[in-house]
Design a protein around this ligand. Sequence first.
Ligand code: CP
Length: 311
Amino acid sequence: MKHLLSVADLSVDELDELHRLTDAFVEVSERPIPKVPALRGRTVVSLFYEDSTRTRLSFETAAKRLSADTMTFTIGSSSVKKGESVRDTVETIEAMGVHAIVVRHGSAGVPWQVARWSQACVINGGDGWHEHPTQALLDSYTIRQHLGTLEGKRIAIVGDIKHSRVARSDVLAFTKLGADVTLVAPPTLLPPSLEGWPVQVSHDIDAVLPKVDVCYLLRMQRERMTEALLPTMREYTALYGLTRRRAELLAPEALIMHPGPMNRGIEIAGDVAELPNAVIVDQVRNGVAVRMAVLFLLLGAGSELVTEGAS
Ligand code: CP
């Protein structure tokens, strides 16, 4: 594997391999000094054209725990402000000598363009409404960690599916790993066509919740809603929000998940995010180990060191 651009490119064996590597890096992350020399001499750059807390910081943490050097690019303090194109920016960074580029951009497809312009490994850190593969890796890893497997598990993905790259990547990963996925959303927040999506659809969250093993809530992406897709956010919460009353419809062991950042009080009640079966903090924690696994697999150095270190 040279790049990680889409979950669609990953076989079940590759997903399993990444999860096995993640197990090793969870163990590394729990050590008093959570660092291995696996990627010494390698440089990883974060090329983020969109805001991020979790993805950018966890990739940077992952790179540092693998002893790679890191470079961070933020558009606010870069020559993009002077009109520099993505291609010129990539070629400039490339000239400094980088081995991996983690790219997030508001337009779908930009990571594929970066992969054409660069010799480095390219990782999609989220492209427009399209894909967010490492989110799907950490989400599927977190489900496996808590439920043992995704095979046969029933997962509801609730909310703004239309604008969600997380939903697209999660549907691909969850169904490849054998889960049964139901999308729960008002018709206006579903994509215009779901042809080819291996999912069921429901508009009745109260009917779905008692049957699922995982309730995965999506953020209401108000910044991407250029048209009036909902009468009001209050109405959305009344019909689809995971309120305390609705959370009681879930089986006691069913997981509550959210990719973050959360709109507390809209798609998820503040106190529901604190319930014992809400694993949102675990998702973030696992995000570092998953991204260590991705960097390690792509940059391909030192597998013996990790095996030794993790034993
Ligand atoms: N889940 C996620 O991608 O979060 P950030 O936007 O903070 O990276």
